[in-house]
Design a protein around this ligand. Structure first.
Ligand SMILES: [Zn+2]
Length: 349
């Protein structure tokens, strides 16, 4: 009997420690993703309160009313109706966010990552279902990237963002996984090249007519020359973008392809397996700044780090700069404090 009780206590301690790890994992994951909406507030509350309640030895389960009160600041509406909106997403939490959270937990040394469960009530007036976090053990798959094994030096680990807001027209080319293949992939390139060709032809033809014309230059002619200069500059930029994408396999996605307020999204070329043709994919990666805790988003490295995609901290985008390796999703500092590196000179490739 005594040994059974001891076993139960040990089991409870193990469960509690696993849940603590899972809640702490969720806390850090939310800091890295940092979205401003009610669903994230619910998750934040679950993570924070679970840790607090475990610390106080209380039951870490929450009813709808307490969640609504904590997140929206009032509990006047029907809490069940309010929560059912979020439960539509939360019920698929593990299938949607599990792989990313598993990887994140492995990268950050957590033994468990969280899932969300609903404990149904036994019925009766005033009895609500209870919502709680549960702990899922981290699984390290065979052939894991080097970042999870600590083989090479890294200062930060990037994690893929779960959702990307893309422009309405781009949804015709990209599927729900934000990938485009076949003619959809080529559609990203050929219209641009045709537009450049047509613009170049019109500009060259107009300039030739101007040169051959015997009459003196007019204001309209000058405006045409300025327009031709701008057109050449635009064509040069577009050609550079396309060739850089082909050479480097990754560029930043043009804003015209993204939704309002979305940014820092990459456009990658990748092969799903060795025999398959390359596909285009939009991807967004985030990390947490080890210096100030701010969110790190990807951006072009120019002017200090030309021809590179780098991670820039939102709080200090010119100083807290990190490399980005898309194969290992890891990065190291590109700017070091002078006292740490002595004769440090900026990396200029
Ligand atoms: Zn920072």
């Amino acid at each position: 009997m005594a040994s059974n009780q001891k076993l139960t206590e040990e089991q409870t301690d193990t469960d509690s420690s696993s849940l603590r790890s899972a809640a702490a994992c969720l806390q850090r994951y939310l800091i890295a993703h940092r979205k401003n909406n009610q669903l994230y507030d619910v998750l934040q509350h679950l993570a924070d309160e679970t840790l607090d309640r475990l610390e106080e030895g209380k039951d870490p389960r929450f009813n709808y009313r307490s969640l609504q009160l904590a997140v929206s600041g009032e509990a006047e509406q029907d809490p069940s109706a309010w929560f059912s909106r979020h439960w539509k997403t939360l019920r698929a939490f593990k299938s949607k966010y599990g792989p990313g959270l598993n990887q994140f937990a492995a990268n950050h040394g957590f033994s468990h990552y969280p899932d969300i469960i609903k404990h149904e009530s036994d019925g009766g007036a005033g009895n609500q279902a209870l919502i709680a976090l549960i702990a899922c053990p981290v699984e390290i798959a065979k052939g894991v990237p080097a970042r999870t094994l600590g083989i090479h030096h890294q200062d930060i680990a990037y994690i893929p963002a779960e959702t990307i807001a893309i422009a309405g027209w781009a949804k015709l080319l990209f599927d729900r996984e934000y990938t485009a293949e076949g003619w959809r992939k080529w559609f990203l390139i050929w219209p641009t090249l045709l537009w450049i060709f047509a613009l170049g032809l019109i500009t060259a033809g107009s300039l030739l007519l101007l040169v051959l014309s015997p009459r003196p230059l007019t204001t309209i002619d000058l405006a045409l020359i300025i327009f031709a200069g701008l057109a050449v500059w635009c064509c040069k930029r577009e050609i550079e973008h396309v060739t850089r994408w082909a050479d480097d396999q990754i560029v930043m996605t043009p804003e015209s392809m993204l939704g309002f307020r979305e940014r820092s999204v990459c456009l990658e070329l990748y092969r799903p397996n060795t025999d398959a043709p390359k596909r285009a994919r939009m991807a967004k990666y985030v990390a947490q700044c080890p210096t100030c805790g701010g969110q790190i988003l990807l951006d072009y490295g120019e002017p200090d780090f030309p021809r590179r995609i780098v991670g820039r901290c939102e709080s200090s985008p010119r100083e807290h700069v990190f490399s980005f390796d898309k194969a290992t999703l890891s990065g190291y500092r590109l700017r070091c404090p002078p006292q740490l590196s002595g004769d440090f000179t900026p990396d200029r490739d």
